[in-house]
Design a binder for this molecule. Sequence first.
Ligand SMILES: Nc1nc2c(ncn2[C@@H]2O[C@H](COP(=O)(O)OP(=O)(O)OP(=O)(O)O)[C@@H](O)[C@H]2O)c(=O)[nH]1
Ligand SMILES: [Mg+2]
Length: 371
Amino acid sequence: MAEEKKGFFRGILNRFAGEEKAAEETVPPEENAPETVEPADEAPPAVSAGAAGAAGGASGLPREKPARTGFFERLKKGLARTHESLVGRIDALLLGKKEIDADTLEELEEILITADVGVSATVEMVRGLEQRLKRNELQDAATLKKALQEDILGRLSRPGSALDTSAATPFVIMVIGVNGVGKTTTIGKLANRYNSEGKKVLVAAADTFRAAAAEQLEVWGKRTGVDVIRHQDGADPSAVVFDGCKAALARGADILIVDTAGRLHTKVNLMEELKKMRRIMGREIPGAPHETLLVLDATTGQNAVSQARLFGEAAGVTGVALTKLDGSAKGGVIVAVCHEFNLPVRFIGVGEGVDDLREFDPSQFVEALFG
Ligand SMILES: Nc1nc2c(ncn2[C@@H]2O[C@H](COP(=O)(O)OP(=O)(O)OP(=O)(O)O)[C@@H](O)[C@H]2O)c(=O)[nH]1
Ligand SMILES: [Mg+2]
């Protein structure tokens, strides 16, 4: 009976796998494909902070610092929804279970998939657990949970995943990703972080496509004491990049962070534009961009995986920042991203405040998630 059920479920999984593959091949239009310009995007740039905020979403601007509640507690609080959708459900499954059997693992499989861990990582994880079950290594619920926690930690851990900005001067970070994922916010947080470490930071507002994008950056810049190089809306983004590089060299900046558009008229345009910007950077500053940081929004679940594939192939991504882990029950996608791509997760965003960007620490993350 258990075998039959297992076969049935595996069939569903295989179907999911097929759908996932198809989904990755066809980029979902709203999330991924920058298509035509919306009339609102062509409106004259708003200069007030309020208007910039509206363009970046109701909360596109830095908020007041939340009361400090301790680094780990805030991370834990940020991960509360993912915790509920993953660990809460696992706890409910294991509650009162005297022993672990194939059915338990099958139910676990379903939980992992619905928590956006991804089909491929889930199947691998559950196969590993099945082997351990056969070897009588999963005696009880606590052992199973511990094994799972260790497995997830192993998948998230990658040596040398911290971003070393001292590798070049100026160190150029190009920030890319589809619209609304949190690029500009992440740049504001990053600029603040490096600035407060005593580094001279410069930001280039090369998203000239979306109205008020540069203003949004300037507001972050004022807040964090970082200069922003900008042109008019609609200007050539590569010209902003050129000026950004010149200014970084002339002013002796340690770090130059480049904001880019999340969408242009077409996806092809966007990719071509990104390539052109890369060429300009490389010409002006040897080895630049030293980091191409892809920003992914955890609330989009498996779409984040498709975006990583799309940008990874076309734009030479070297690291990932996963944002909005606080607003999502889909944080399990971090496992899928680590499993599918050979890309380090550099930072995680767990809120809109200036301090809500963390260097990604797998052990701390797993501890906060499971704890
Ligand atoms: N809760 C939460 N919100 C975030 C986080 N990061 C960004 N946001 C919010 O996401 C929204 C979009 O952020 P932006 O930084 O404007 O996104 P973007 O990628 O620059 O968007 P485009 O410029 O349109 O391409 C804003 O309301 C941000 O406050 C995060 O870690 N947690
Ligand atoms: Mg932006």
